[in-house]
Write a protein that binds this ligand. Sequence first.
Ligand code: HEM
Length: 404
Amino acid sequence: MLGRIVDWIDERAKVRDLYQSQMVDYRVPKNLTFPYVFGVLALITFAIQIISGIILMMYYKPIIAHAFDSANYTIMKEIPFAWLFRHIHAAGANFFLAVVYLHMFTGIYYTAYKKPRELTWIVGWVIFFVLLLTALSGYLLPWGQLSYWGMVVTTEIPTSLKDAPILKGLFGAIGETVSIWMKGGFTLGDIALGRFFALHVLFLPLTLMALLGIHLYLVRAAGISNPEGVEIDKKKEGVPFHPYMTLKEGAFAMGYLAVFFFFVFFNMSHFLPADNFEPADPLKTPPHIAPEWYLLAFYEIFRSIPSKFWGFIAFNLALVFLLILPFLDFSPIKSARKRPLFFIMFVVLVISSMALTILGLMPPTPANAKLGLLFGAGFFLFFLSLPVISFLEWGWYKAKGGQE
Ligand code: HEM
């Protein structure tokens, strides 16, 4: 019966040809290591976020009189199992960013951003940026103390820059206007909530879907890199995507989902902080407001620099350097496995990023600020060293007659 249904569809939609060309004839290197799975895990998490988000949207009310109660009473207590989808969605946001960071670090380690995959990286960067905006807009929706005050701090950034030297000229004139525009008024209220709701449930997810389509098309067009950094003749040396990759990735996906649901059922306090179960109160600032963990490294780069102007520039430069990474590294050699100097700098980048994230959570003492500066320098050193390393590696490459 099932076979006849597939035959019927196939006669009209040629699904078997599609399956053959995209799953079987499409070949991937056989030496892909475990970290190559993070892209697929991100994809799975995206699907989880869309499904759980649609269910939450059915019961959430984006007006300030009801937002907090709809999230914390209707969803958490009234509708059967809606609490489960809130847990899944909140854990999913954190897991999503974690696997995307791991995916980015994998791309950096294997220098997968290099030719012919520069565009895949650039579109990936845009996805990362949109993902951060999606997380930021979603954070406001439960209208708890952390949601509210986190957004107050974010929307006040343009105003606060008006006191920074040099930026004074630009932000002095428009800073406050931009802040008011972001909030939709002098304070955060229904207008802001409605806007962030529309962005979070429709505009940003649709943008992400479109970008993901382009990203995956580019991965297919350029072919997946491989840990040795040598482009292979996939017809001769590759293995069919199905069943080799699908089974391997499927096995990792099972393990990932087991860890994911362990957190959803038994360790939710990490993802739904207690402070946010208190309704937003514009008259009571909570004692500690820090950005979510996935923003802390960038936040610490900004915070540890004593001048707001240079902090602002460094914060933006950190993002820009990530974007232009494929053009900073013009070495003919790919993969950290074959590039000892690059490997050392990669370790510096990983340690600096982790240290900045930890420091972002600590109180802003002078000693912490110094450490922040040190690890911030480590972060930038990675990017600045790339042209030098590339230059040296070109020399070695030529000296060996074009051999790695
Ligand atoms: C929602 C987020 C993302 C999803 C679902 C996603 C998905 C994928 C998938 C499925 C692959 C192919 C398998 C693999 O190599 O892992 C891939 C490859 C790639 N992605 Fe992403 N990605 C995302 C974000 C990013 C970001 C933020 C970057 C970088 C800034 C990026 C850069 C790359 C690169 C360079 C490749 C090619 C890897 C290679 O050929 O070895 N991706 N992505």
